[in-house]
Design a protein. Sequence first.
Length: 72
Amino acid sequence: MNISKRIAFLRKEQGMTQERLAERCNLTVSAIQNYESGRRKPSFDALIVLADTFNVSLDYLVGRYENDKTRF
């Protein structure tokens, strides 16, 4: 799963709207929309905030591991 699909999957899995995710991560709704659509890739700082928000590892978030959500 690529990063755009992973972000959308995790957001939906946790029952969050794009607006709520943007608020929790201190990002704009358009940034979340762009990440989920694949139009833009998150910056390194945004990746860290997203991983922390979803409580997953960066490796899982970016698709290096498919089944391990565990934080390191």
